[in-house]
Structure formats: C-alpha cells, structure tokens
Design a protein around this ligand. Sequence first.
Ligand code: AMP
Length: 279
Amino acid sequence: MTLEITNLATLRKTIDGWRAKGETIALVPTMGALHRGHMTLMLDAKEYADRVVASIFVNPTQFGPTEDFSKYPRTTAEDVALLKTDGIDAVWLPDVPTMYPQGFATTIHITGITETLEGPLRPGHFDGVATVVAKLFQQVQPDTVLFGEKDYQQLKLIERMVSDLNMNLKVLGTPTVREEDGLALSSRNRYLSPEDRRLAPQLHEALQQASRAMSQGKDVQSVLAEFRERLTDRGFALDYLELRHAETLMPLTSFQKPARLLVAAKLGTTRLIDNIAVE
Ligand code: AMP
C-alpha cells in the first residue's frame, strides 16, 4: 500500500510510527511526471532502507520568471499509480502553502559550485532547489536520499549542503537512465517535436565521442570547440559544453581524473541537459 500524504502532521505521524519500529527511511524527491528514470531511483532506494518515501512537489521557487513553471507537466494520478505498482511506502504531496506559508523568509544559498554552468543561466534556481530540498529533509528526516546524476550539478550542491550543514543523512547519486537511442529520460522530453526528438540523442552521442577523444589524449579545448560547432550546426542552441572537475565543477583545461563532461542545449523551446564521466 502506498500512503498518499498531503499534510505535515500525517507525514510526521507516519515517520514516527516507522521510527518507533526501528525502521530506516529513504527519500526520493521529485517534481512528478514520473518516468523510468525516477522509478529506478525508487527501486534503488528500496535496497537502502526499510521504507521509501517519494515526494512530488513542483517547486515554484526554482523556476525563473521566464521558465516553464505553469507549463511543467503535472500527472499526479498516473504518478501515484506507478508508485503503487512498485510498492513505494508513501508519497508526500505537499501544496505550495504547506511548503511556503505566509511570511516564509528563509533561503539556503550555496556558493562556489552553484556559480557556474546552470547557475548564471538560471538565476535563483539553485537557491530554490537547496531550500526546498532542505525542507523536504527536515520534513521526512530520511537516513538516505537519492538523486540522479542526470542533474549532476544539483547532486553535487546537495552533497555540499549536507556536508556543510552536518545533515545526518547519506546522499546517493544514481546513474542516468536513458532511452535506447541514448537520450536521457526527462519529464520535459514530451515537449520535443517529432523532428527534435530525432535530433535529441545527438547530445549524448556528442558527449560520448568528445569523451573518447579526450581520453585518447586529444587537446581538450579543440575537442570542445569541434563538438560545440557540430551541435550548433545540427540545430542545437547550445548553452554550454564543458569539461569540469567531477567534484568541484571547476574548469579543466587538460584531461585529468575525475572529470565530467556536461552539456546544456535547447531544441525548439525544450531545454535538455546531460553529462557523462570521462574515464
Ligand atoms: P525531477 O523530477 O526532474 O526533479 O527529478 C527528480 C529526481 O530524478 C532527480 O534526482 C533527478 O536527477 C532524477 N532523474 C531525472 N531524470 C533522470 C534519469 N533520466 N535518470 C536517473 N535519474 C533521473
């Protein structure tokens, strides 16, 4: 049975009940419109804890004024059905006034790691993410939380916040789940036109080919320049294609491990992000 919980008092009572029995708890935060990527996180979570809580909250504070908050897909009934099928213990479905009651005035701001890549392109986004995630951690009090490597910078800033604020929980990152053609699953893929959907896997292909060239010793800057040009020529409006230190996300001018190759680009009005490790 999957409990559908919409108020904080019920959530606390449920968590307290599990705790009283000595059970451990894993949390998987999401914005809903669940797909196989999310569900992989849920199933992984079962391996780490006695109880799994999924949260579904489309967090207004992480969307910029020109972003797609009102258009973001909301498919709660289907999401809950998927969670039930997979035997997830509870889904936490707070509404906006529960998360941000009148007078709400606190923001968590992480410096450094948030000031690059997605940060300058989406002002305020990571403050919104950090604040809502910190609230979810306080509400659910999990032992373990799971986040996808798909949102790699998000995963790294959450690890930073958990460490900096001595939050008593373990953060696990899980590999990106992809379509057969390599496209990373995303709730936003449904907005790709059929033509853009055919182009979209080239983002992952470019990551793989560029990564191979770099690990074979080719000059990092020329590889990046070549693949930036290639993606742009093929119709991607590129925000960035960058090689970064896998933990600090600082730029790497030559290939050294651990390294991560990250990309963000728009196809039509749909913004896609992806990343891979460079081995
Ligand atoms: P979202 O609902 O987009 O906020 O995503 C919720 C969680 O699912 C985040 O930790 C994401 O990184 C993760 N996630 C999203 N897409 C994928 C994917 N294709 N593979 C693995 N995890 C994913």
